[in-house]
Write a protein that binds this ligand. Sequence first.
Ligand code: TXA
Ligand code: MG
Length: 335
Amino acid sequence: MRTKIWTMEEGLSGAVEALRQKETVAFPTETVYGLGADATSEEAVSKIFKAKGRPADNPLIVHIGERSQLSTVATSWSETAEKCMDAFWPGPLTVIVPSNHEAAPNVTSNLDTIGVRMPDHPVALELLSKAGVPIAAPSANSSGKPSPTTAEHVYEDLNGKITGIVDGGPTGVGVESTVVDCTSEVPVILRPGGITKEDLERVFDEVQVDPALEGTGERPKSPGMKYRHYAPDVPLWLVEGEDERFVTVLKYYKEEGKKIGVIASRELAAKLDHQPVAECGSRNNMAEVAVELYNALRSFSETDTELILCETFGEEGMGTAVMNRLRKAADHIFV
Ligand code: TXA
Ligand code: MG
């Protein structure tokens, strides 16, 4: 199969037709590129799992273009879900609500709940409205790799395995949506993402975080969170502590003769006498770091880099999602 790339000039008719034919189409959202297929068709959804090499027990998020479409996949939902949608849709927040089992069973991995979101991206919204059915879409990367923030990233991973890619340019947020369990009164963050805990706390008196995210060793409530993710092709080590410590660790491995790549904020990069460095924005603006993160993780593929050293960041605001992804991507953490 040759993977088609549709430019914005070509419009969305080819992509819409492919979705109708139960084929897979990658498209931009405000977070990362998604790999979409008709959520009501088991056959279409199975192509997503096959192309990504995704474990069957990891459910997919269903994307809708209008709020009224929620009732196609869920019969009733809580006040909590309603408040999340009012405050954050369209946007990078996925609500987990009771499923009405109208979506194909492989979308939810046979769970009684379903994840739904309305993305805040004009191309995604137009595609969803023209497709007319809810679209299941995980991030459009090979399973285990960093999520794609450009059409080129999707092509690198999935060329020949999917029908087409709608190229809408780089995505804006850079990390995936926040997955929020809305099945009870207090919302529970199952995966940190583009809507921060602080954002949710402006809407709810109490917001809980799945204890598994805080390293207690419990089984995560979001099936996908138990897998290794976001891993670059080169081993990734995180270095905690002051910048001086990073400088020392870098010097040590350079002296051992290792070819090192660095991922660093602008502030740390300014203190390093080293190449190559993938700079990822200012550590004082974690939203900027989120935008650059996955591109930085991919940037050492097909180079002679043997080891990536990456700094760690404060875990407030978007820093929570960034550090969640980095910990999952890392082979080793210097504490
Ligand atoms: O920003 C995003 O959310 C992107 C774009 C494409 O929309 N999508 C995305 O999908 O990140 P994916 O498949 O890479 O991640 C979906 C996450 C997984 O951790 C999965 O386990 C969780 O959502 N999830 C899906 N349905 C669930 C459910 N019913 N209960 C708990 N977790 C669920
Ligand atoms: Mg993913």
